[in-house]
Ligand binder design. Structure first.
Ligand code: ASP
Length: 318
């Protein structure tokens, strides 16, 4: 059996450590831990990387702590428009939904789009109708809304009115969830899901549903899931670029990922982060913000979760 590996993120839009109580940070870490457990259970039992990343992302979509599914960001009209994608590194198949308004777990719809094969990306009402026809759970918009996002939208609108949007904290702006995995057959996969950024224009589509930008996986190279200002992830084709650096420059996954986030994107002063896993099971999780919700499991089965600098070892069980 080859190595297996898993890494997740819950977005680089993390508040300053002092802005939340230790109990609140602990609650977010619990859900990161649960996400790792869901993905790892699949990999441990010989399941596919594709199933593992989907399982890990579903847990974070269902959690209020992250900007995806329940707890997603609100656009400028005070509505949710959700994006998600998934990619299978074994054959470069991918599926995505964008501007979805009613799909409870957008990553599941992305997976169905991929499996159907008629399209790579379905958008708007067509995505919602597709999910419904496929028997996936559809919900009212109110299911996605949390107090935290309502407050963040108000704060972003106040910043916009005062001309201080650039000064808004990363947590007021954005977030996303994602997972990358290597399975026992040596296959790589990635999945990402988001509400985009708070106060985004209605109809705005970010990097998350764009293969090669927010999500990318290719066997023998790496799998990548990004978080941060999506416009730059699209412009720099970040997921594909990390893979290209590994594939053509021979960089390791950490060099390639850190090079993109810390060097190439540096001049723009945007929040950015990603998780990546290599074909050898190595994991990278660079971010340029105050923190990034993240976690990973080593090939020895050791679990780690983190929100800021401090990394917590957590048990495989619980
Ligand atoms: N990348 C996401 C987007 O631009 C948001 C984020 O990760 O913060 O939609």
């Amino acid at each position: 059996m080859t190595k297996i590996a898993l890494a997740i993120h819950g977005g680089c839009g993390v508040m300053a450590k002092d802005d939340l109580s230790e109990a609140e940070w602990a609650a977010a870490r619990v859900d990161l831990h649960r996400s790792l457990q869901a993905g790892w259970a699949v990999l441990k039992s010989g399941g596919s990387a594709l199933d593992a990343v989907q399982a890990a992302v579903v847990v974070m979509e269902d959690s209020p702590h992250f900007n995806a599914g329940h707890g997603a960001a609100l656009n400028t009209d005070g509505e949710h428009e959700l994006d998600a994608s998934i990619m299978d590194g074994s054959n470069l198949e991918t599926g995505a939904v964008t501007l979805a308004r009613h799909i409870r777990n957008p990553v599941k719809a992305a997976r169905r789009v991929m499996e159907k094969g008629d399209a790579v990306l379905l958008g708007g009402p067509a995505a919602d109708a597709f999910a419904k026809a496929e028997g996936l759970d559809v919900v009212d918009q109110s299911y996605f809304t949390t107090d935290k996002r309502v407050k963040a939208l108000a704060a972003m609108k106040a910043h916009a009115a005062a001309g201080t949007a650039a000064k808004a904290s990363e947590s007021e702006k954005h977030g996303t969830v994602g997972a990358v995995a290597l399975d026992a057959s040596g296959h790589l996969a990635a999945a990402t899901s988001t509400g985009g950024y708070n106060n985004k224009p209605a109809g705005r589509i970010g990097d998350t549903p764009i293969a090669g930008a927010g999500t990318y996986a290719r066997d023998g190279v790496c799998a990548v899931s990004g978080t941060g200002k999506g416009e730059f992830f699209i412009r720099y084709a970040v997921g594909h670029e990390v893979a290209s650096r590994v594939r053509y420059l021979g960089e390791d996954v950490d060099q390639a990922a850190t090079g993109l986030i810390m060097e190439e994107l540096k001049p723009y002063n945007i929040g950015a982060g990603l998780v990546a896993v290599g074909a050898d099971g190595s994991v990278a999780a660079p971010y340029n913000t105050a923190g990034m919700f993240r976690g990973w499991v080593t090939s020895d089965g050791d679990f780690f979760v983190a929100t800021h600098d401090e990394v917590f070892a957590v048990s495989a069980k619980e």
